[in-house]
Design a protein. Structure first.
Length: 120
């Protein structure tokens, strides 16, 4: 039954990722993939909150694996970084990798600490 929770979460996360990415990119006339940075940061923050709140296995399957797994996207980060590098934008490509890693780790840490502070 856990697989169904994962599937339901993913069915919400994937369209949410697409719509958020498109909305953020529409705000910026930039070649930098801000939409992917935003969805990955949001997913990392949400995952940190789940971990910090010690979510049940069912909740984690639905929201952690399903929703956050479909919302965040390592493959798109990789593809967009490759495209930037291929277009000669090596500084932007490096900034995308380093910035995404820094933002993601910071967001998951912040989410975990936020949840712990709220559940004490």
């Amino acid at each position: 039954m856990t697989w169904l929770l994962v599937a339901v979460g993913a069915a919400i996360g994937a369209p949410l990722r697409y719509l958020t990415d498109r909305a953020v990119q529409a705000w910026h006339a930039s070649v930098f993939p801000w939409g992917t940075v935003v969805v990955n940061a949001a997913g990392s923050l949400a995952l940190g909150v789940l971990v910090g709140a010690a979510a049940s296995s069912g909740t984690y399957a639905l929201l952690g694996t399903g929703l956050c797994g479909a919302l965040t996207t390592y493959s798109t980060l990789s593809y967009e970084t490759l495209r930037l590098a291929e277009r000669g934008r090596t500084l932007l490509a490096a900034a995308n990798v380093a910035g995404s890693l820094l933002v993601g780790l910071s967001a998951v840490f912040l989410g975990q600490e936020l949840a712990r502070a709220l559940t004490r």
